[in-house]
Write a protein of this length. Sequence first.
Length: 275
Amino acid sequence: MPPKISICIACCNEEAKIEYALKSAKACSWCNELLVYDSGSTDRTVEIARKYADRIEFHKWIDYSTSKKNMTHGAINDWVFILDADEEISPCLAQEIADLPGKTFCGHSVMIMPRRNFLLGKYVRSWDPDYQNRLIDRKRVYWPKRSIHDERKPTEGSKLLLKKHLIHNRAVDDFSDYFDGLRYEHRINLMAQELFERGKRTSFLNLFFRPFLTFLKYYILKKGILDGSFGLLIAQKAMVSVQLKYAKLWHLQQHENNKGHSHDTSKSNGCDSNI
């Protein structure tokens, strides 16, 4: 049987979705602590969380990795399941974890599971398997610095791939996520900034080919075409996301180049003035 596990949920203004996450967490037989980590909700999120959570902590949001790392260190158990407020632990995933022998937890420090995504109330076939590393031994992992898409890697033990799935965003069936321009812009900027800080640079060929290849990936290779108009919408959004991400990266490069050019010019002018 598994050791004692804390389920930790980070949230801010998630009143429309968080109850599904909370209910799925409380249904897990191996969960002996449900911790909610709120970063300034102004809606009914905290009120709803109080019905289910063992503890609620309030902290200012820093970034994806740092805030979630801090959240896990506030749990009472070393084994922690990191659950987003718009996700659910499926009954089959909960049972798969419950059936794991104790020695499995000794030999592994990160457990990965696939995630089924929903958008506009529909299952997104072309995003599968969307692996997530959510069940961790916090004392045997490290957190690479990332601006988005936080991850954990083992320092001891190894990774274990589970078969059953998380559920993402099933609770909302409107167009709010698809057309959420402010959040979309925020994520695009973060992803481009992350690429830039890692030394990645773009080119004409990237700007020209990557969006088109992304469309083919999600519509043809990952079988979005089988979902008709919905699959087309998903592939188109993926294509636009990549185009905007690399456009933002291009902009960051231009700014870097302009700064370097200005610096060289000022040095040259300084030398000239001494002649």
